[in-house]
Design a protein around this ligand. Sequence first.
Ligand SMILES: *[C@@H]1O[C@H](CO)[C@@H](O)[C@H](O)[C@H]1NC(C)=O
Length: 191
Amino acid sequence: MSENDKHPEKDSESGGFSVLDVVRVIGGILFFNALLSYYFTSSTTWGYESRWKDVGYLKFKFMNGATHLTFTEDELALYNGTDPSLPIYIGIYGKVYDVSNSRSTYGPGGSYAFFSGKDGARAFVTGCFNKEDEFTHDLRGLDIEEAMSDISGWQRFYGNHLRYWYVGEVIHTKIIGEPPEYCEGMKFPGT
Ligand SMILES: *[C@@H]1O[C@H](CO)[C@@H](O)[C@H](O)[C@H]1NC(C)=O
């Protein structure tokens, strides 16, 4: 071996790939993958839809991992959309979901703003939205089997929705006093 062969510059030129090369190659592959996908499917991800593309979801998972959050009713109330720096949460019979992706619907002035920051399980069942005391987890007086079936349906809807996700639980205070008066509203379609 001559001295020349050990020259550091020469080594780095012939010595395999640098990190930058690897990044370039991977970047190129990803770019052409996206380009091809866009050509065939008009989507850069071959039509694959996932929450993992959602910045808000990634942030939530990054901060909490597999841990779910627990709220008191007062804590949940902070997430009613009034503070633009906080996500918007809705509660359905103890389960809490992030609906921040539909801020125009669930935020202040939105058509479903009444669900935000609270557990409105009863209103989900009755469809009665113009009575404030309907936004409670108190199901007394309702057909409980029907109510629970509606509620699991809504929990599945929000839990499986690509733009919403399960956040954790709200711990309720004990129900006291009389149940809300019977109210029959509309059955409403999901958003
Ligand atoms: C949202 O919650 C905050 C704090 O609890 C409260 O001040 C505000 O009035 C609530 N906004 C709505 C639209 O309910």
